[in-house]
Design a protein around this ligand. Structure first.
Ligand code: PGA
Length: 263
């Protein structure tokens, strides 16, 4: 499966950073920076994933200023509504015009004991409410040593996709846990090898058409200096960016990877 017309997605996962006032200022500045740089809307999709408490403010800004960024949340409840204190329904996110929701980020798996089964249930909850799940998979350093790079993410993705409709609109993010926030990104070849294996899982679970259209992102210490080398790989269709998404000029440079000279 070679290169197709998949629109690259550069997604900024803010994690628990920036309150709603800082969020508005950051999104505004990012918009101006990209506009001043004559960034061509549509060639790359820009996704912003702020904390829940920022979503309404960012949505209002995006709407008022017609900013071409897609909005996403960082988690969703498996439940639709009810006595689940602290949980957020996919229905509420859809009402806020969220297009995406991150599911099963390694920090949720590690600190909130999210199993592959919970990730699968959240994936279904997102789809039920018309959200596109960004399903995160990836191996720890111990997994890498014991099983190689692909085995754990392949198994995680298979569970998340099993039983979904072949037409389901999902995004997959391959994030080696050892590369997240460490400054030590995978090599483009490592990312490509695992992303190709993940595309094969999509083909087996949802069919060839889904495998050809579904975007697979790489995440883990992505910066403006390495993004272009990842994007050259045929099975890498974008990036999930943590730390570097909080710095407007750096994130704008990542979004503009197509303009990088000499890469
Ligand atoms: P990082 O985080 O870019 O700071 O490594 C990536 C992520 O956790 O999505």
């Amino acid at each position: 499966m070679g290169v197709t017309a998949r629109t690259p997605l550069i997604a900024g996962n803010w994690k628990m950073n920036l309150d709603h006032l800082q969020a508005v200022a950051t999104v505004q500045k990012l918009h101006w920076t990209l506009r001043d740089a004559k960034f061509e809307d549509g060639s790359v999709e820009v996704g912003i994933f702020p904390p829940f408490t920022d979503l309404r403010s960012v949505q209002t800004l995006i709407d008022a200023d017609k900013i071409p960024f897609a909005l996403g949340a960082q988690d969703v409840s498996v439940h639709d509504s009810g006595a689940y204190t602290g949980e957020i329904s996919g229905a509420f996110l859809a009402k806020l015009q969220c297009r995406y929701v991150i599911i099963g980020h390694s920090e949720r798996r590690e600190y909130h004991a999210e199993t592959d089964e919970v990730v699968a249930a959240k994936t279904k909850a997102a789809l039920k409410h018309g959200l596109v799940p960004v399903i995160c998979v990836g191996e720890t350093a111990a997994d890498l040593e014991e099983h190689g790079a692909a085995a754990v993410p392949v198994g995680q993705l298979r569970t998340a996709l099993s039983g979904l409709d072949a037409k389901a609109d999902v995004v997959v993010a391959y994030e080696p846990v050892w590369a997240i926030g460490s400054g030590q990104a995978a090599t483009p070849q490592q990312a490509q090898d695992v992303c190709a294996a993940l595309r094969q899982v999509i083909a087996e679970e949802l069919g060839d058409e889904a495998a050809a259209r579904t975007r697979i992102l790489y995440g883990g210490s992505v910066k403006s200096g390495n993004i272009a080398s990842f994007m050259r790989e045929p099975d890498v269709d974008g990036a999930l960016v943590g730390g570097a998404s909080l710095v407007v000029d750096e994130f704008a440079a990542i979004v503009r990877f197509q303009n990088h000279v000499g890469v």
